[in-house]
Design a protein around this ligand. Structure first.
Ligand code: PBG
Length: 333
C-alpha cells in the first residue's frame, strides 16, 4: 500500500485542509438536489395541512395543498417524491383491500401530480400496511403474515399504481419472491418501463415508530412486530442475500433502510453489487435529529448536511429524507 510511504513532515495532511478552497477542491463527495427524494404523507380532503405529533415540521398534505407546495420545491430542483397515504380507520380492512382500488388516495395523487408536473419522479411504496386494520404489510392467515397470499395482493396494488402513472414501484413489504412476481405481471400488462426499487435490505427497526404515527397505522395487532418478514438487525450477510435475490428477480435499484445506523450495509451493498443504491433516513432518525436541533443540542444546518454527506460517502446514490424541503432551500442559497 502506498499509504505507508507518506511520512511527516514531508507529508502534512493538514496542508490541504488549511484553506477552504483546497478543502472544496479535494472533497470526494457532494450532495446535489438530484440526490434528494422527498417522502410525503397524503391525507384526504381539500385545503388540509396537518401536523404530525411525532415529526416536527413534517405534515400530511391533501392533494391540492401538495400540488401547490410542489411548485416551489420543483423550482428549487426537487427531482422526485415518494408517496405515503394516511388512511381513515373506517376505510381499512383485514386484507387492505383499498390498496388495490384504482380510486384510492395514492392513485388520485399520482394522477394529479403527473398531470401538473409530468417531469417529477413519483415513487410509491408497495405494501399493505397503510390499508390494513392490523398494520401489517401483508395478509394474515393463521396468525402469521402469509407470503404467497400477500404476493397476489401486492401485484394487484403494483398494477393499479403503474396504471395511474407511478414511475417507480418500491416494494417495502419484505415478502419472498415479490420482485419476480411483480416484474412478470408488469411485463404481462404493458408496463415494461415501470421501474422497481426494491427495499431489499429493510430491517425490523424501532426507528419506524414516528412513521406509523404519521400514516395512522397505530400499534401492531398480533403479530406484535414485523420480525417474521423484516431483517434482523444483527445480520449483514443476510442483507446481501436479500439484495442478490432481488437483483436476480429484476430490481432496477435497491434500498437500505434505516439509514444512519446502517451505513455499513449501504457501503457493503454498493461495493458488492455496484447497482443503484438508495438509503432511507427514516422517521425515527428524522425525529431524533429534529428534537436535538430544537433543544439547541445540535446545530441545524451542520448536523443535517453532515448526515447527508455521510450517506453519500457510504455509497448511496440518493437519499429519502424528510429534510428534503429544508435541504432544497439551503442548496439554493
Ligand atoms: C411500510 C413502510 C414503513 C416505512 C416505509 N414504508 C414502515 C414499516 O415497515 O413499518 C418506514 C419509513 C419511516 O420510518 O420513515 N412498509
Amino acid at each position: 500500500m502506498t499509504y505507508t510511504r507518506r511520512k511527516f513532515p514531508s507529508t502534512r495532511l493538514r496542508r490541504s485542509r488549511m484553506k477552504e478552497f483546497s478543502r472544496k477542491m479535494i472533497s470526494e463527495h457532494v450532495l446535489t438536489v438530484d440526490d434528494i427524494i422527498w417522502p410525503v404523507f397524503l391525507v384526504e380532503g381539500t385545503n388540509n395541512l396537518e401536523n404530525i405529533d411525532a415529526m416536527p415540521n413534517v405534515h400530511r398534505y391533501s392533494i391540492d395543498v401538495l400540488l401547490d407546495t410542489l411548485e416551489d420545491l420543483i423550482n428549487l430542483g426537487l427531482n422526485s417524491i415518494a408517496l405515503f397515504p394516511y388512511i381513515e380507520h373506517d376505510l381499512k380492512d383485514q386484507d387492505g383491500s383499498l390498496a388495490c382500488d384504482p380510486g384510492n388516495l395514492v392513485c388520485r395523487a399520482i394522477k394529479a401530480i403527473k398531470n401538473e408536473y409530468p417531469q417529477l419522479g413519483v415513487i410509491c411504496d408497495i405494501a399493505l400496511d397503510p390499508f390494513t386494520i392490523h398494520g401489517h404489510d401483508g395478509i394474515i392467515l393463521k396468525g402469521e403474515v402469509d407470503n404467497d397470499l400477500t404476493l397476489q395482493k401486492l401485484n394487484a396494488q403494483a398494477l393499479v399504481y403503474a396504471d395511474a402513472g407511478c414511475d417507480i414501484l418500491a416494494p417495502s413489504d419484505m415478502m419472498d419472491g415479490r420482485v419476480a412476481s411483480m416484474r412478470s405481471s408488469l411485463e404481462d400488462n404493458g408496463f415494461k418501463d415501470t421501474m422497481i426499487m426494491s427495499y431489499a435490505a429493510k430491517y425490523a427497526s424501532s426507528f419506524y415508530g414516528p412513521f406509523r404515527n404519521a400514516i395512522g397505522s397505530g400499534k401492531l395487532i398480533e403479530p406484535k412486530n414485523k420480525k417474521s418478514y423484516q431483517l434482523d438487525f444483527a445480520n449483514s450477510n443476510e442483507a446481501m442475500h436479500e439484495i442478490a435475490i432481488d437483483i436476480a428477480e429484476g430490481a432496477d435499484m435497491i434500498m437500505v433502510k434505516p439509514g444512519l445506523p446502517y451505513l455499513d450495509i449501504v457501503n457493503r451493498a454498493k461495493s458488492e453489487f455496484k447497482i443503484p443504491t438508495l438509503v432511507y433516513q427514516v422517521s425515527g432518525e428524522y425525529s431524533m435529529l429534529r428534537s436535538a436541533i430544537k433543544s439547541g443540542i445540535l446545530n441545524e444546518e451542520d448536523s443535517i448536511f453532515e448526515s447527508m454527506l455521510c450517506f453519500k460517502r457510504a455509497g448511496a446514490d440518493a437519499i429519502f429524507t424528510y429534510f428534503a424541503p429544508y435541504l432544497l432551500k439551503k442548496l439554493n442559497e
